[in-house]
Design a binder for this molecule. Structure first.
Ligand SMILES: [Zn+2]
Length: 192
C-alpha cells in the first residue's frame, strides 16, 4: 500500500526538482501528454535520492534482501540509496551487445535479491536483471521502484513495490485536447 503522506512529499519533490512537469509535451513515442516525468531530475539532488531510497527501503524490507541489484544506468542511484538504508550491498547489471549481464561483480549465489529501478514502465529492465541473477543462483525475491507507471501491466511476475503508482493521459496528436486549445507543444529536454 502506498503511504499517502510519503507520496505527497515525493510529489512535491518531483515538482520542485523539475522531475515532474505539467503542460503540453511531445513524448518520444510521438504521443502528447499533459505531464512529463524524468526521475533523474529528482535523483540529481542527493537529499531527494536519500528520501526516496529510505522510503522505498521501508517498502521492500519485508522481502529481507541480502543484496540490492539494479539495471544500469537508471537504477543505480536509487538502488544504491535503498541498499544504504538497509545496510546491504548493491550491485548492478548493464547491457552488453543488447543483453543484460552482470559484468563487475560475483554472482550473489544463494542470496535474496531485490531489484530496484527508478521508474517501472514495461518492467523489462528489472525483469532482465532478476532473470540474470536468478540464472546465476540468486533468489529473486522482489522488485521495487520509485514510480510505477505500468498500470499493473508490466512483464514482472508481481507488481513492483512503489512509492507512487501513476498513469498520465496520453493522446495521439490528432486527438490531443491541448492541441485543440492551441497550447504550445514542448519537447522535454529542449528547455531545461
Ligand atoms: Zn497536443
Amino acid at each position: 500500500m502506498e503511504d499517502p503522506v510519503m507520496r505527497a512529499r515525493l510529489q512535491e519533490m518531483m515538482k520542485e526538482s523539475g522531475a515532474h512537469l505539467e503542460g503540453h509535451f511531445l513524448l518520444t513515442s510521438g504521443n502528447h501528454s499533459s505531464d512529463y516525468m524524468q526521475c533523474a531530475m529528482l535523483l540529481r539532488f542527493p537529499k531527494y535520492a536519500a528520501f526516496a531510497g529510505g522510503a522505498l527501503a521501508g517498502r521492500i524490507e519485508k522481502f529481507s534482501p541480502d543484496i540490492i541489484a539494479s539495471p544500469a544506468l537508471g537504477g543505480i542511484i536509487i538502488g544504491h540509496e535503498v541498499a544504504r538504508a538497509l545496510d546491504v550491498p548493491f550491485i548492478f547489471c548493464e547491457r552488453q551487445d543488447g543483453a543484460m549481464v552482470l559484468r563487475r561483480f560475483p554472482f550473489p549465489e544463494g542470496k535474496r535479491v531485490v531489484v530496484i529501478e527508478d521508474v517501472v514502465t514495461t518492467g523489462v529492465s528489472s525483469g532482465e536483471v532478476g532473470a540474470v541473477l536468478a540464472a546465476g543462483g540468486a533468489e529473486w525475491v522482489g522488485t521495487g521502484s520509485v514510480i510505477d507507471r505500468s498500470g499493473g501491466r508490466s512483464s514482472l511476475p508481481n507488481d513492483p513495490e512503489s512509492l507512487w503508482k501513476v498513469e498520465f493521459p496520453l493522446w495521439r496528436p490528432e486527438e490531443c485536447p491541448l492541441c485543440a486549445k492551441g497550447l504550445p507543444l514542448v519537447k522535454p529536454g529542449s528547455r531545461m
